[in-house]
Design a protein around this ligand. Structure first.
Ligand SMILES: *Cc1c(COP(=O)(O)O)cnc(C)c1O
Length: 476
């Protein structure tokens, strides 16, 4: 009895229409209201209490409260972490994925979304500059994609490890920028490389991996008895949005027969823009590229593409796994995706992306990349014009790091002041930005993810920061 109510089609129709109306109203509000908050900050324990005591009056109330009490990424004053402002069509695809729940590990468990996934992968490969040999798949997040790519790299260069494990006399290592995303470090440790297996190459004053040091670091590693098998370029780094010189990193990898992986989780999407694709010049030489569609390709989370220049490498990673699922284990079956992914069951994530390009055309990707990057340049110019603020570096991507310096403030107080500004902004909720630490200096950090963020939103952020600081001075 209860179960038939749970699955009742007419209830679903009613609640679904109510929900879409709620979300559409939310979307209208994000596009028209300047006064609504991006985040209604609540102490975690209070939030827990709220939900613990929550009794929804009806389904509409249930979903309304969730929307109200969640961070609202569609608001133009959302300038925080690197998560896409999902296009409505992507979210609808996500609903279909959630509803149909095709498991995706084998072809039968997701025929349409498996074929669509191949189309999405080919589309991305083409824009990265890969040829027909390239292939790949979608997986659950950049973190998992980076781990999977490094596993592929290892199994190419040291295939016996999959069966035999690491041998005592075999100390493997990877090379990576000291500014790389922490998940690369985590992946290496999961693979058993340990701390010594992660060679962190120092960065230059623009926070790019210093290509002149690659060779020295490599030599040091060899002298220390390590066998380097991969080098990871960041496109771009998370803190500052700095792009490593992929051409030079790629040349270095090639010369030394190392796997070249590009962590393009955030920035590889610039490949869709004529104006900005120069930032990833050299990415076409990578052996593998991780790219989060749920960052700069406007999809719902999680939707990550892992691309291989040589498609056959993508079949190698887990090739002794779960033989019961596949009759011909060693043959390459593009359509049995579980052979190549870490996941068994995964979302029908191709649906998050396909609607965007199929129904709206690929030009929206270029328009998006151009808009958010242009915004970052405009914002950095505002900061440069205002002597109460200072930029960390001229931005290359849509990530801008800056700090308040005021006029008569002691240098040693600035970290505390900027931390305090960020805390006040969070509690106030009108804007959402984050912070980062670079060379022991606290910076405010914005990622301009929302293509509807205007110059006036950005100017208001600077004005609000000054107001916060002035109020602080008054209350001191
Ligand atoms: C976001 C990001 C990651 C992590 O990706 P998830 O999809 O959050 O798992 C890894 N590397 C870089 C450079 C990133 O920007």
């Amino acid at each position: 009895m209860h179960l038939s109510k749970l699955y009742d089609a007419e209830r679903f129709r009613k609640h679904g229409i109510e929900l879409v109306n709620l979300l559409a109203d939310y979307l209208v509000d994000t596009q028209t209201s300047n006064s609504s908050k991006v985040i209604n900050w609540e102490d975690p324990n209070n939030e827990y209490q709220f939900w613990n005591n929550f009794k929804a009056s009806d389904t509409k109330d249930f979903f309304s409260k969730i929307i109200q009490r969640s961070i609202q990424i569609h608001r133009p004053n959302y300038m925080g972490h690197q998560v896409a402002v999902p296009a409505p069509i992507s979210a609808l695809g996500s609903l279909v994925s959630g509803f149909l729940n095709n498991g995706m590990a084998v072809y039968e468990m997701g025929a349409a979304s498996t074929a669509i996934e191949k189309i999405c992968i080919e589309f991305i490969c083409k824009h990265l500059g890969f040829n027909q040999e390239a292939s790949g798949f979608l997986t659950s997040g950049g973190t998992l994609a980076n781990l999977t790519a490094l596993l592929s790299a290892r199994s190419k260069l040291h295939p016996s490890i999959w069966n035999n494990g690491h041998q005592e006399d075999q100390k493997l290592a990877i090379m990576v920028s000291e500014q790389a995303h922490y998940c690369v470090d985590r992946a290496a440790r999961i693979m058993g490389l340990g701390k010594t297996g992660i060679i962190k190459v120092p960065v230059n004053d623009q926070f790019q991996m210093e290509p002149n040091l690659l060779y020295n670091c490599y030599q040091d590693a060899i002298e220390n008895g390590l066998t380097v098998f991969a080098v990871v370029g960041s496109a771009c780094s998370t803190s500052t949005g700095s792009y490593d010189d992929l051409k030079r990193v790629g040349d270095f990898a090639k010369k030394n027969k190392l796997w070249f992986h590009v962590d393009g989780a955030h920035g590889a999407a610039v490949c869709f823009s004529e104006k900005y694709k120069h930032l990833v010049h050299g990415i076409e030489f990578a052996d593998s590229v991780a790219l989060d569609c749920h960052k700069m390709m406007m999809t719902s989370s999680v939707t990550t593409a892992l691309l291989f220049k040589s498609g056959k490498e993508s079949y190698r990673t887990f090739s002794q796994e779960a033989e019961y699922l596949w009759a011909e284990q060693e043959s390459e079956e593009w359509y049995n995706l579980g052979k190549r992914t870490f996941e068994c069951t995964k979302l029908m994530m191709s649906l998050h992306f396909f609607g965007i390009i199929h129904l709206h055309g690929k030009q929206v990707l270029e328009e998006y990349v151009d808009t958010v990057h242009d915004n970052a340049i405009s914002f950095s110019q505002m900061i440069l014009r205002d002597d109460q603020f200072e930029l960390a570096i001229p931005p290359k991507s849509n990530i801008v790091c800056f700090r308040f310096i005021g006029t008569k403030i002691e240098k040693e107080d600035l970290n505390k002041i900027n931390k305090n500004i960020r805390k006040k902004l969070l509690k106030n909720g009108t804007f959402y930005i984050v912070e980062t630490m670079l060379n022991n200096i606290v910076y405010l950090r914005t990622t301009l993810m929302n293509p509807f963020t205007t110059k006036s939103n950005l100017q208001n952020l600077l004005t609000t920061i000054k107001q916060i600081q002035n109020q602080n001075l008054l209350s001191n």
